[in-house]
Design a binder for this molecule. Structure first.
Ligand code: PMP
Length: 429
């Protein structure tokens, strides 16, 4: 059993009143067995469950908590904002300041609009791309997850891959009829699609660092070819940087690869642990949005001062404390510690890592670059390892296909603790 008695009691109550006992599917531990631990608090790199057990947390709420849980600067900023009201439904200083910060840091963005989740950011960016180009087709890649937007729920990653679902019920076929799905890392099918339908494509959307179906690191040339085809045929390139934005660096995957998209979508880190998403691009494209343009988009709680203050505080700490360089150092240390463990074991597993994002590819000796290259045995191999690590006080994501995250709250000792626990676990039959 993965969870303690109090977690089990709470989860039994949840099962009565919530489908699957959760608000987001992978949280339910369906792919790893057992029942989820119910969390009472988080501080730094540690989460504590309702039974009072501590875990070293490498999930970080699935990416937002780049400073760790309850970082004092973020808590202070939220408290200061909340005393003045939680939402006005009118412009406020915090949203303008955060927009200025995004424009300053991210390449090619001149204007930005805030929403309340990554899903909303993607949904809005795609509508904008269609409105701005007057075209209807959108292209996505197998295994990339772009939130639960209806027409993106085809061959998607995250919860869908965790549960082996190709797509979602409830999405009419007609809704996905304008979505083209391509394999990652495949130059030929990309060339074919653009040859056939290039002049009908409004947008190509990709996670430049696909991190929802394992971590399928791409060749830079593949990403560059997307840029080139879009330029040639007048389509917009959208980088979905919901995971990588303000995590890989101030300029995200765009900066890492030196490729500037036309539009970028954000979530997670930009909200500092509050519900925030954003999308942005050149002013000429963003001008198509309502009220200036004719592409409608809106939100009651968009840009609310509390969430904006949390995002601003997070970015300020990252800038002031050389955060991105420190995260890269921590990531490099994690890679060397884990690789040393993997060298001593018979287990077939490889480590993928970029900055502070990492993934253990169970069943693979070489790092996969596309969904079809993933090992079929990964889920089965991972489940007992996940449970043993949890019993050892280490919380990784409850799915073989979800990545792990480091935060500035993690220490070298924490990384050594993870490596030691992995060593023990992999040594067991
Ligand atoms: N895009 C990517 C790349 C994501 O990883 C996610 C969520 N994990 C989303 C979009 C959707 O974001 P949200 O869960 O905030 O709606």
């Amino acid at each position: 059993m993965t969870s303690g008695p109090k977690s089990r009691d709470w989860f039994a109550r949840a099962l009565c009143v919530q489908p699957g006992g959760v608000d987001s599917p992978v949280r339910a531990y369906g792919a790893v067995g057992g029942e989820p631990i119910v969390i009472a608090s988080g501080r730094g790199a540690t989460i504590t469950d309702v039974d009072g057990r501590d875990y070293l947390d490498f999930v970080g709420s699935w990416g937002p908590l780049i400073l760790g849980h309850a970082h004092p600067a973020v808590v202070k900023a939220i408290q200061a904002a909340v005393r003045k009201g939680t939402t006005y439904g009118a412009p406020c200083r915090q949203e303008i300041e955060l927009a200025e910060k995004v424009v300053e840091l991210y390449p090619g963005i001149e204007q930005v609009r805030f929403v309340s989740s990554g899903t909303e950011a993607v949904m809005s960016a795609l509508r904008l791309a269609r409105g701005a180009t007057g075209r209807e087709l959108v292209v996505k890649f197998e295994g990339c997850y772009h939130g639960h937007v209806d027409h993106m729920l085809v061959a998607a990653g995250s919860g869908l891959v965790t549960f082996g679902q190709p797509s979602s019920a409830g999405v009419p076929r007609d809704f996905t009829g304008l979505t083209r799905v391509l394999p990652l890392d495949d130059d030929e099918t990309l060339a074919d699609l653009f040859a056939r339908e290039g002049d009908r494509i409004a947008a190509v959307i990709i996670e430049p660092v696909p991190a929802n179906n394992g971590l399928l690191l791409q060749r830079r040339e593949f990403l560059q070819s997307l840029r080139d085809y879009c330029d040639r045929d007048g389509a917009l390139l959208i980088f979905d940087e919901v995971i990588t934005g303000f995590r890989l660096g101030p300029d995200g995957a765009a900066g890492h690869y030196g490729i500037t998209p036309d539009l970028a979508t954000f979530g997670k880190v930009i909200g500092g642990g509050m519900p925030v998403g954003a999308f942005g691009g050149r002013a000429a494209i963003m001008a198509e949005l309502s009220p200036q343009g004719s592409v409608y988009q809106a939100g009651t709680l968009s840009g609310n001062p509390v969430a904006m203050a949390a995002g601003l505080a997070t970015l300020k700490v990252l800038e002031q404390e050389d955060g991105w360089a420190r995260l890269e150092d921590l990531g490099a240390r994690l890679a060397s510690e884990i690789e040393a463990v993997l060298d001593t074991t018979e287990a077939v597993v490889a480590l993928a890592r970029i900055g502070s994002i990492f993934w253990l590819a169970f069943g693979s000796r070489d790092l996969p670059r596309s969904a079809s290259a993933l090992a079929g045995s990964a889920a089965e191999t991972y489940a007992p390892i996940f449970r043993r690590l949890l019993a050892d006080g280490i919380a990784l994501a409850p799915s073989a296909f979800e990545v792990g995250f480091l935060s500035l709250a993690h220490s070298v000792r924490d990384i050594e603790q993870l490596a030691a626990a992995l060593q023990r676990t992999l040594g067991e039959p």
